[in-house]
Design a protein around this ligand. Structure first.
Ligand code: PLP
Length: 332
């Protein structure tokens, strides 16, 4: 598919590695597990939001905006990477932070919050759980406008049709790598949150006729709530590309049961997954997203969902800085 007609900034040096995980696969005693290293994307350190922001920031610059405004949770990777992009582009950046767990926002917190301050965020507005985030961000944009500046509002997770193009680009990159490295994938496992990654990847797979099923492991919702979001995102991305595809409902597969008790709150299977990948492959997962997603891959493998001769790809979406805000839980 031709993505070159969309303005894009570049924040990474080239394709992220597609690697086999020999030690982890052996310990798991299940399928052959591969990893797509999107934790090695640009923007210190990058993650899946880097790909979305390449398109979103290009649009902000095309519109002559000077301030990026976005939202997230207190340890948001998305906010931190948006801020990095702003720094690189010479833009300013403001956040609206939703305190989803009352009392969890601390001004001296470690992890991503520390990086918010180090990278020099201009302003943070903290709002209670359940706040209308779009309205709160618009308020910040109005404030910026009153100062004679121009804000660009990026939705939570950068998940709109334009941001989803980042994962269409990833789908194309992955398809080429599989061809170059002679890898035939049987399943892809990816995190599913604000849904731009899962939905964008699905749109890219459909548009390129890359016929590999995607399993989206929920990090904040069970399948009945998550699947409609992913379907909507995938359809919006297909429409933006003018593909003329109606995304089939059964192309969206969401996996539940691994995110509980709550978004961003640790559980034992996440801790096991983070420790196992660190101790077999020296790769860092994160406690909020990829640790729970890898717990899903491990769980599905133990349930016999994959054959031992199958190739399963884990998409590593980043997030390692949040480890430092959870050190005690991870070594308990
Ligand atoms: C945001 C995020 C996700 C979820 O991706 P969505 O596009 O929001 O569904 C997964 N992993 C990490 C590390 C993230 O920061």
């Amino acid at each position: 598919m031709d993505l070159a007609r969309f303005p894009r900034r570049r924040y990474s040096h080239g394709p992220t590695p597609l690697e086999f995980l020999p030690n982890f696969s052996q310990v798991l005693n299940g399928p052959r597990v591969w990893i797509k290293r999107d934790d090695l994307l640009g923007l210190s350190p990058g993650g899946n939001k880097t790909r979305k922001l390449e398109f979103l920031v290009a649009d902000a610059l095309a519109q002559g905006c000077d301030t990026l405004i976005t939202c997230g949770a207190p340890q948001s990777n998305h906010c931190r990477i948006t801020l990095s992009a702003a720094v690189k582009e010479g833009l300013r950046c403001r956040f609206v932070i939703e305190e989803r767990i009352p009392g969890s926002y601390r001004d001296d917190a470690s992890g991503n919050h520390f990086l918010f301050r180090l990278f020099g965020v201009e302003a943070i507005t903290v709002v209670p759980a359940g706040t209308n985030m779009a309205a709160a961000m618009q308020q910040v944009a109005d404030e910026v406008a009153r100062a004679g500046r121009k804000g660009y509002v990026i939705p939570g997770g950068g998940s709109n049709a334009l941001g989803g193009l980042g994962y269409v680009a990833c789908a194309q990159e992955l398809q080429q790598q599989c061809f170059d490295q002679g890898v035939r994938l049987d399943h892809v496992v990816v995190g599913s949150g604000s849904s731009g990654t899962h939905g964008g990847l699905l749109a890219g797979f459909l548009g390129n006729r890359f016929d590999v099923p995607i399993l989206g492991v929920g990090v904040s919702r069970d399948p009945q709530d998550q699947a409609p979001l992913v379907h909507k995102e995938a359809q919006a991305v297909c429409d933006l590309l003018g593909l003329g595809i109606a995304v089939p409902l059964d192309a969206v597969t969401c996996i539940g049961g691994y995110w509980q008790p709550k978004y961003s709150v640790p559980n034992a299977r996440m801790v096991e997954a983070v420790q196992l990948l660190a101790r077999t492959e020296a790769i860092l997962l994160d406690p909020v997203y990829t640790g729970k997603v890898m717990a899903g891959l491990i769980g599905m493998s133990r349930e016999g969902r994959f054959r031992s001769d199958e190739n399963v790809l884990f998409v590593h979406t980043g997030g390692a800085p949040a480890l430092h805000a959870y050190e005690r839980e991870l070594l308990a």
